[in-house]
Ligand binder design. Structure first.
Ligand code: OGA
Ligand code: ZN
Ligand code: ZN
Length: 367
């Protein structure tokens, strides 16, 4: 590497990344200055290559304040402008996913036994990576204990408590506040789009499933949205722009949130899907926007029902599904309310899952 990585870098960016102990607290790596503390007219006064015992790098002396920064060569390799990271995203967009239709997963369901998941770091890494890459993982043989779903969530993150409690019981209820708590068919949806922020991870742990019916389905919403963009770019565009109100109310709760059905990142990449016919509210837009929105909404809804997109399976006792609620839609077939079916569900979040995965990898590298 030559000093051009230094001289080609915008001065404020380079200085903002000074790793010295005056700029960052060595105990925690946190930055000690504000952007407004940097002198105006920052410029590199001189650069020289330095090689120490452990690292080689580049020493910069700054004007006008004479501050010295030492940038390790491997840090510059990884981060210099225009480098390999480019416009790498945050891991949440379609750019970092493997989009799938049902056939793509035949014979390679991302599943693991609970014992292996608990006992073997590489199995756990693989399962959590599957949630990130494919949108889900299926743990088998999870003990059929009350509240066990919370223990599963705590293996990778933090339970998100809601008005439904720490966990929710998915079984037939006498006075259901949600259609999930009946024997009705539930079409592909994401959960709780009426929350802001929406729960980004959902868990469903099967304790009993003796009912006739009650089979599960998963659809990759990113794949469906990418198909919509290809087949009807205008409809895709409409669904990324029109804010949609979702709401939920019962005797103790009144929740609402307004987001588009398809959220894209600043580069236009698909990042979040919200789709739930049970909780979509009344849109307030001009008549032409409503016409366009409804045509696009219907088109996306039809796409999500294409049989080839839907992975069908049946949860059996001890199965625990962990999935990305900002990407996958889940569904179930109707079941006879006389048969026993009981799932326990919980919410958690992708940031905690990502952290758990990064720490597991770090420990794996150190081992
Ligand atoms: C839910 C749900 C699916 C099922 O509770 O959010 O969609 O299989 N349940 O009962
Ligand atoms: Zn510094
Ligand atoms: Zn649901």
């Amino acid at each position: 590497m030559s000093s051009t990585a230094i001289t080609d870098s915008p001065a404020p960016w380079l200085r903002d990344n000074c790793p010295c102990d005056a700029c960052r607290d060595p105990r925690n790596g946190q930055k000690l200055f504000q952007i407004t503390d940097l002198p105006a007219g920052l410029a590199v006064a001189s650069v020289r290559e330095v090689s120490g015992e452990a690292t080689t790098g580049w020493e910069v002396v700054w004007e006008p304040d004479g501050h010295r920064s030492l940038y390790p060569a491997d840090w510059l390799d990884a981060h210099a402008p225009g480098g390999p990271r480019g416009t790498g995203g945050d891991g949440r967009t379609e750019a970092d996913k493997e989009l799938w239709a049902a056939a793509d997963l035949s014979g390679r369901l991302p599943e693991a036994s609970w014992d292996a998941y608990i006992g073997d770091r590489s199995v756990r890494i693989h399962a959590l990576e599957s949630v990130r890459r494919l949108g889900f993982a299926l743990l088998r043989g999870v003990p059929c204990r009350d509240r066990m779903v919370l223990d599963v969530a705590e293996t990778f993150g933090f339970v998100r408590r809601t008005n439904y409690g720490e966990l929710f019981e998915v079984r037939v209820e006498p006075d259901p506040n949600n259609l999930a708590f009946t024997g009705a068919l539930i079409t592909p949806h994401t959960d709780n789009p009426y929350r802001d922020p929406v729960p980004t991870v959902q868990l469903l742990h099967c304790l009993r499933n003796e009912a006739k019916g009650g089979d599960s389905g998963l659809v990759d919403g990113f794949h469906a949205a990418a198909l919509l963009r290809r087949e009807d770019p205008r409809a895709f565009d409409v669904l990324t722009r029109v804010p949609v109100e979702f709401s939920f109310a019962d005797a103790r709760t009144e929740l609402r949130a307004q987001r588009p059905l398809i959220d894209v990142d600043p580069l236009g990449r698909i990042r979040e899907i919200r789709f739930n016919n049970r909780s979509i509210g009344t849109l307030h837009e001009s008549a032409p926007v409503l016409e366009e929105f409804y045509a696009a909404y219907r088109r996306f809804g039809e796409l999500l029902l294409r049989p080839e997109l839907r992975l069908d399976f049946r949860l059996t006792p001890g199965d625990c599904l962990i999935f990305d609620n900002t990407r996958l839609l889940h569904a179930r077939t109707a079941f006879a309310e006389s048969g026993g079916r009981h799932l326990q569900g919980a919410y958690a979040d992708l940031d905690g899952l990502g952290s758990a995965l990064a720490v597991l990898r770090r420990e794996g590298a150190a081992a």
